[in-house]
Ligand binder design. Structure first.
Ligand code: FAD
Length: 594
């Protein structure tokens, strides 16, 4: 039915409000795509709650001491195994159940408190950090969030005590980045009391050493021929559970055991369905949001280790009659490390703050954190090895291991390329919905597309104002104004790309990448600015540290300010056609791998 003029005006008004007046219900990341800086969502910079501050401080000190004294990262890498007594030591410190509620034997820490522990582990040994992350963030978390009371009482206490280890099994030969393409099936028996699982999983961290696995399998949708993914709690003592390969040899994080598994007519009680039937992907994606936040924390730890080592080496190694630290190209690397390390910690803290605040949806923010922090760490470990020169290349120093270890971060828990598309898609969707609201108000959307375009162009450029980025520190006002300008330009660029490419933008990954990278920088800058403001207006009492950190934070803002401009400029000035032509030429000259 055609809309009346009044209905049409109302629909356009609603769309305008969404586009221009700052809807409070959007998350911080989505707000950026509308040109908003939703300050109350990230300011003031989150702090660990007073009541747990001492406990977290003590736990951080204990875990650090334990790592320094007992965790030999070189041996773990060489032997491709985390010794059982190291796992026992971590259990004793409560590391395997840090955020599990106290009633199940956990320490009940906030996510922010937990990131401080993960930072220490990530700075000491990536294998241990990934082992803990797989057990805790994506193992225990699934139970805490989606388990029934009975499931929690049964499984959480032994997991928290380390009597049982956890794993999370989603990936399969045909379901990697395309996680929805799970082929493992779970067919209910006629009495509905049991599901029979068949299929295989690969690349599963802790897969062969875990006693509790969350396994994703396809179940029939009652009354239809469709199937949907459901999460199951599986134990390896079940008949039909096969460990095909316990520990696949690999590039880095060699201490973790990454397994291939198979299920042959394996019966799993219906009571072991985790979360609602058919909602397994929601379980997986929600749990990954936690995992991605802890990724940020372990990257921060590794980055701090690199920064300290690179600075010390640069100050002592002499070439051309001067220390390496005198050379500008070494300074440039150290400055990048300092800036990104500060920003990584800031962005991780804000993400953990979202989780602790009970926010409903932070998938965009955790994806932004994961992509840019893992990319930044990759450059940091590479630059550290470069500063150490030949010495860094040998295995008696930790840097070649750190390079190998850091590589997984760009692939695991969502490959960065795939997440860039995800970021652009999730960020642009509400904007598209708002514009489509206007479009559907026009009587013939296709014929009237020009009208819509005109609406968009005029309205957007005339009405989108530079958002206010409120800071208390006088000396940060200029930086805050620049950030506001970049947010406005970003939002204009996003909307202009949507008008230019329309539905085809879903296929335009060159465009998506630039939008996602600019979004990463805007988000990381916003979090960094919050921390800088906190630092400069509520000094921690150590002036040297404040001066150093403030310098690093300011430099990060300068770097990202320039990079955002470059990414937005490249939306219209680029070599995309030549890129596609060169790739296609290469694709035509070789056959597929046999
Ligand atoms: C050491 C390790 C531990 C792991 N632990 C676990 C675990 O505990 N549990 C679990 O379930 N899984 C685990 N994984 C699996 C991991 O999540 C997957 O490897 C990851 O999701 C990528 O899937 P894939 O390897 O099949 O790569 P593919 O999906 O084949 O992708 C290969 C590459 O293609 C590109 N690509 C793919 N799709 C797109 C796209 N749409 N757009 C642009 N580029 C694209 C990306 O560059 C990507 O890196 C682990 C993997 C490793 C290596």
């Amino acid at each position: 039915m055609a809309l009346t003029a009044q209905q049409r005006d109302q629909q356009i008004k609603e769309a305008e409000e969404l586009l221009f007046s700052g809807p409070q219900r959007l998350g911080f990341g989505n707000g950026l795509f509308f040109g908003h800086f939703n300050a109350p969502l990230i300011f003031p910079y989150p702090e660990i709650k007073l009541e747990e501050r001492n406990a977290v401080r003590q736990a951080v000190a204990d875990v650090r001491r334990y790592c320094d004294e007992q965790v030999d990262a070189t041996a773990i890498d060489r032997n491709a195994e985390i010794p059982r007594d190291v796992i026992a030591g971590l259990v004793k410190l409560g590391v395997l159940g840090m955020t599990a509620p106290k009633e199940y034997g956990g320490r009940g820490f906030s996510q922010l408190g937990y990131t401080k522990i993960m930072e220490v582990l990530g700075g000491h040994d990536a294998s241990v950090a990934v082992f803990v992350n797989a057990h805790h963030s994506i193992g225990i978390r699934a139970l805490v969030l989606f388990g029934t009371e009975e499931q929690k009482r049964t499984w959480l206490p032994p997991l928290v005590k380390g009597e049982k280890l956890a794993a999370f099994a989603l990936t399969e030969p045909l379901a990697g980045s395309d996680a929805a393409n799970v082929q493992t099936t779970a067919m209910p028996t006629p009495d509905g009391k049991t599901f029979i699982l068949n299929g295989e999983k690969r690349y599963i961290t802790n897969g062969a050493i875990a006693q509790v696995l969350t396994v994703m399998a396809r179940t029939p949708v009652p009354g239809s021929s469709e199937t949907k993914v459901t999460a199951f709690i599986v134990t390896p003592d079940t008949p039909g559970f096969e460990v095909v390969e316990a520990s696949m040899p690999k590039c880095g994080i060699r201490g973790t055991a990454t397994a291939r598994l198979a299920f042959h007519d394996m019966p799993v009680p219906a009571a072991n369905v985790l979360g609602p039937l058919g909602k397994g992907l929601r379980v997986a994606l929600t749990v990954l949001d936690f995992g991605r936040t802890t990724f940020g924390a372990s990257c921060t730890g590794a980055a701090k280790t690199c920064l300290q080592a690179a600075v010390r080496h640069a100050k002592t190694r002499i070439q051309f009659k001067q220390t390496l630290s005198e050379f500008e190209l070494v300074k440039k690397k150290l400055a990048f490390m300092a800036a990104n390390t500060f920003a990584m910690e800031s962005t991780t803290t804000v993400c953990a703050g979202f989780i602790d605040s009970g926010a409903e949806d932070y998938k965009l923010e955790t994806a932004l954190l994961k992509v840019w922090s893992t990319d930044a760490l990759w450059q940091i470990v590479n630059d550290t090895l470069q500063i150490f020169g030949g010495q860094g290349y040998f295995s008696n120093e930790p840097y070649e291991r750190m390079v190998r270890d850091a590589r997984i971060n760009l692939i695991g828990e969502g490959a960065n390329d795939v997440l860039r598309s995800f970021i652009a898609g999730v960020g642009m969707k509400p904007v598209a919905d708002a514009l489509l609201g206007v479009q559907s108000a026009l009587s013939n959307p296709l014929r009237d597309f020009g009208k819509l375009w005109n609406f968009g162009r005029k309205q957007i450029s005339a009405r989108l104002t530079t958002p206010d980025v409120p800071v208390r520190s006088q000396e940060l006002r200029g930086i805050a104004r620049d950030l506001g300008k970049r947010i406005r330009e970003f939002s204009l660029a996003v909307q202009s790309m949507m008008f230019r490419h329309r539905e085809a933008i879903l296929e335009r990954q060159y465009v998506q990448e630039r939008i996602a990278d600019a979004a990463c920088d805007l988000y990381a800058s916003s979090c960094t600015l919050g921390r800088l403001d906190h630092l400069l207006t509520r000094s921690n009492g150590n002036p040297d540290e404040v001066r150093r950190d403030a310098q690093a934070g300011r430099y990060f803002m300068t770097l990202t300010n320039r990079r955002i401009k470059q990414n937005l400029a490249a939306l219209t000035d680029n070599d995309d056609d030549a890129t596609t032509a060169a790739a296609n030429a290469a694709l035509e000259s070789y056959g597929p791998r046999t």
